[in-house]
Design a protein around this ligand. Structure first.
Ligand SMILES: NC(=O)c1ccc[n+]([C@@H]2O[C@H](COP(=O)([O-])OP(=O)(O)OC[C@H]3O[C@@H](n4cnc5c(N)ncnc54)[C@H](OP(=O)(O)O)[C@@H]3O)[C@@H](O)[C@H]2O)c1
Length: 261
């Protein structure tokens, strides 16, 4: 579905970035993988190459405008263009369940400034290259607190809502130039480290085991199960492909019925 597409993935050493990078490569994309630490990104790239795909790894801080720009320039030098920009960076979730009324302003602001800055920079710098071909897809990742009241996520909910607004606004400006902007909003995926840890904390607070907590959450979805990385990565492939030509300015709801649109 992505044969010969050139994709850049930010946060590719993480659970979601790595899964999406592998799925893009399996579908024929040439992937340029980046992350703050090189080692986990190199592991993903090695797996992809071992499976017969095309991947290159680079260390990159996705908050550093000059570094993102330089990296995209090197991608253009090597591959001639950028078709897909997928940002999956994630900063650690708060470890303690601090209510908003107790939260320090800096802690509240951190996810808002981090995610909005990174998504703005990676989208803007990719779009400047994509307009030359009047084609491209910019993708964002958010989480359900963008749309539903969730306790103890600090600035995480407002940050995710801001990224979804940015997704719509970028699309309004870029779609006339052939560039689609699409978000993915997965629910918590238990096989990822960050959700395993968060669910553990929520379970403890509710006096449940992690398994009991996950079972309770699963009952809220229509298929009575929680999401997998494969659910997310498969949707990322479809949305990045030309088959999704009608999708832009929106965020795909991957909550399997637990969150109404
Ligand atoms: N996991 C889920 O179930 C889930 C569900 C809904 C939404 N999400 C959202 O999806 C995103 C990714 O989640 P994940 O589970 O894949 O997280 P993850 O496994 O913690 O991966 C995040 C990756 O982002 C990298 N990173 C952080 N800041 C960076 C920066 N400035 N520049 C470059 N790379 C940076 C991290 O590198 P370092 O380790 O070196 O910092 C890490 O490799 C998050 O925004 C999360 O909120 C996740």
């Amino acid at each position: 579905m992505l044969k010969d597409k050139v994709a850049v993935v930010y946060g590719a050493g993480g659970a979601i970035g790595g899964a999406v990078a592998r799925a893009f490569a399996t579908e024929g994309a040439r992937v340029f993988l980046t992350g703050r630490s090189l080692a986990p990104v190199e592991l993903v790239a090695k797996d992809i190459v071992a499976a017969g795909g095309s991947a290159e790894a680079a260390a990159l801080d996705a908050l550093d405008e000059r570094a993102i720009d330089r990296h995209l320039e090197s991608v253009i030098d090597r591959a001639g263009r950028v078709d897909i920009s997928f940002n999956a960076i994630g900063i650690p979730n708060p470890k303690s369940r601090v209510p908003l009324v107790e939260l320090e302003a800096e802690q509240f602001s951190l996810p808002i400034t981090t995610y909005t800055r990174s998504y703005f920079l990676t989208a803007r710098l990719a779009a400047r290259r994509m307009v030359a071909n009047r084609s491209g897809v910019i993708m964002t990742v958010t989480a359900t607190p963008s749309r539903t009241g969730t306790p103890f996520v600090g600035g995480g909910g407002p940050a995710m809502a801001a990224v979804e607004a940015l997704t719509r606004n970028l699309s309004a400006e870029l779609a006339p130039q052939g560039i689609r902007v699409v978000g993915l909003r997965p629910q918590g995926i238990p096989e990822t480290g960050r959700i395993k840890e968060s669910f553990g904390l929520y379970a403890e607070a509710a006096g449940l085991t992690s398994e009991q907590f996950e079972e309770r959450l699963a009952t809220r979805t229509h298929p009575r199960r929680l999401s997998t990385l494969a659910d997310l990565a498969n949707m990322a492939v479809v949305m990045a492909s030309d088959k999704a030509s009608g999708m832009t300015g929106t965020t795909v709801n991957l909550s399997m019925g637990s969150l109404d649109d």
